[in-house]
Design a protein around this ligand. Structure first.
Ligand SMILES: Cc1cc2nc3c(=O)[nH]c(=O)nc-3n(C[C@H](O)[C@H](O)[C@H](O)COP(=O)(O)OP(=O)(O)OC[C@H]3O[C@@H](n4cnc5c(N)ncnc54)[C@H](O)[C@@H]3O)c2cc1C
Length: 543
């Protein structure tokens, strides 16, 4: 979110920007795993970056989301006091929020709370009403930022981990990724929980990121109506507490808890953590039905120690290396304002920013079939039958939407990439039905072997190879016989594998196919085609 936001902000100006991301897609870091709330801004200590940029970011959200076609709802939010003695904290929060510049804060009585949120615990004593609170889709915004940045000239390098930064004369002069060196006048470090590792590449050690994990329950749309706006408990020193909130897609989310973890890869959900979440959530909304939960997940807050606040500014002694680090909550909310702040810091450090007359702030929202009326749906199907082919039944996502997502300006090559762009796989069955179909569409559209398709890049392969060994063997033998190849025989492999990833690549050299030692790549293509014809006809057209 932060890096894509900064890149998009800089794309307004006549400068050359390269956005470097180590994963297969944008929004695969903390940005994909959080509560997705646009905070009003009463939590942070007055005078901090968090306080300032939260309030500014909140104010920018409606415009940014409208320009970029991103889901955003200004629902307002409530901090709920569940006992009379907690109400004093509501007044403290209101006073702090007013100091931070949050408009419209009001402590409202029990009756009003229950009138607007009937699902709230009957023990509610009062609540802090924040009319500027809201909800959004963080991955939609990060993807939209990246697409708009690319459309305005930013170069995006995916699957490109920064592995080193070269220094000369006290300045960062180049950024190294495997196989690429980017010579540059300025570097912005927006690497989330890895930002301290990046800063160490310029021999600075000004902060340490200690990840603080938060676990979640996500509930089915069926119970999405239980609350209409984010409900917070009275916060503690460390966190805003376990929230129950609607999502922009009509689900309900509960979480997060807060646990310091030593490992930046520790995204585990635990029985103890989830019990804590559900206990906390049920204090606010007693009727929360656990059996309507459709998934659990965890995210890692990038807590900068000893700073506590966002770390925004040039690294001491390295004026052209700017940190946007330690961006824990309210980082989503603050992201548009962080982008402005980093732009100004770069300008102060000497980056000449001349506005480009060609900058186009608008990115059209991709068409979502499920959001259309019947007539519009019919018109689309008339034009292209793929609009009538529902791939994800839970979320009513069509093949046309998935095909479109795979050919947008930011490359989308994974199941999660498709999910974040279209919601295929985000529903009740969590991809159980549509997953294989999405794999097949990725394979077809991007000309990627099925065994190479991943859930989220790296080694997260979905398939290890065809499993219908005997059937494939028969098809292979018939195919080879048709072609007059005397290699056709019955003694195929008995391990159920025709070719795994290695086999697929090696097949031209006769590896991976039992006894058909001299099969060429063309033969294997023909065999796979035949298999599709024979089996596919009985199974939704493709296997
Ligand atoms: C549990 C939880 C709940 C939250 N709830 C909210 C909320 O409701 N509202 C709110 O405003 N904020 C919330 N936040 C905060 C918000 O999610 C974060 O502030 C925001 O997502 C941070 O974005 P980011 O871009 O800094 O980090 P990330 O999304 O992690 O992005 C950093 C990127 O840098 C890449 N990277 C790392 N190292 C390298 C490298 N060597 N080379 C290349 N790329 C690299 C990563 O792959 C990643 O994509 C929450 C956070 C958590 C954890």
């Amino acid at each position: 979110m932060v890096g894509t936001g900064i890149a998009r902000e800089l794309s307004r100006y006549d400068v050359r920007v390269v956005l470097v991301e180590k994963r297969a897609d944008v929004a695969f870091g903390t940005t994909k795993a959080n509560t997705a709330l646009v905070h009003a801004g009463y939590d942070a200590e007055p005078g901090t970056w968090k306080a300032r940029l939260n309030v500014r970011g909140n104010a920018l959200y409606p415009k940014v989301c409208a320009e970029l076609g991103v889901s955003y709802k200004n629902t307002g939010s409530l901090v709920v006091a569940l006992a009379e003695e907690q109400t004093v904290h509501l007044h403290e929060l209101r006073a702090r929020g007013e100091t931070n510049g949050v408009p419209g804060l009001e402590v409202i009585p029990r009756e009003r709370v229950l009138a607007i949120e009937p699902g709230v615990s009957p023990s509610v004593a009062a609540a802090l009403w924040a009319p500027t609170g809201g909800i959004t889709s963080p991955w939609e915004l990060a993807i939209a930022y990246a697409e708009n940045a690319v459309a305005n000239g930013v170069e995006l390098l995916l699957s490109s981990p920064v592995i080193g930064i070269d220094m000369r004369g006290g300045r960062a002069v180049s950024v190294r990724c495997p196989g690429v060196v980017i010579y540059t006048q300025f570097v912005v470090n927006a690497a989330g929980i890895w930002a301290d590792d990046i800063e160490r590449m310029i021999n600075r050690d000004d902060f340490e990121i200690t990840p603080r994990r938060g676990e979640y329950y996500l509930f089915d749309r069926r119970v999405g109506h239980l609350v209409s706006r984010p409900l917070f408990p009275v916060p503690s020193q460390a966190t805003k507490g376990i929230v129950v909130a609607p999502t922009v897609d009509g689900n309900l989310i509960a979480g997060p808890n807060a646990l310091l973890v030593g490992d930046k890869g520790d995204l585990a959900t635990t029985a103890a953590g989830l019990a804590e979440v559900i206990d906390g959530a049920r204090k606010l909304v007693p009727g929360l039905p656990v059996r309507e939960s459709i998934t659990n997940f965890a995210g890692l807050r990038a807590v900068a120690v000893p700073v506590g606040d966002f770390v925004i500014g040039a690294s001491p002694g390295v004026p052209n290396f700017v940190n946007a680090a330690g961006i824990q909550s309210p980082g989503l909310t603050a992201a548009p304002a962080i982008a402005e702040a980093v732009r100004d810091i770069l300008a102060d450090a000497g980056l000449v920013l001349v506005e480009k007359p060609t900058f186009n702030p608008v990115r059209e929202r991709p068409t979502r079939f499920s959001e259309l009326g019947r007539d519009e749906q019919s018109a689309l199907i008339e034009k292209n039958p793929l609009w009538g082919h529902i791939i994800c039944r839970c979320e009513t996502v069509t093949e046309a939407e998935i095909v479109e997502a795979l050919h947008r300006p930011v490359p989308c090559t994974t199941l999660d990439g498709v999910k974040f762009r279209t919601r295929a796989g985000a529903g009740r069955c969590q991809g159980g039905f549509c997953g294989p179909r999405v794999v097949d569409i990725i394979h077809r559209e991007l000309d990627t072997p099925m065994e190479h398709v991943t859930k989220k890049g790296g080694g997260s392969y979905i398939l290890s190879g065809p499993s219908k060994g005997p059937l494939l063997e028969q098809a292979a033998c018939r195919c080879l016989a048709d072609a007059g190849c005397n290699a056709a025989r019955d003694d195929g492999p008995d391990d159920g594998q025709v070719c795994g990833r290695a086999g697929a690549e090696d097949v031209g050299e006769g590896v991976g196919r039992g006894d058909h030692g001299n099969l060429g790549e063309q033969d294997v293509c023909r065999i796979e085609t035949r298999e599709r014809e024979e089996v596919g006809g009985h199974a939704h057209g493709r296997v």
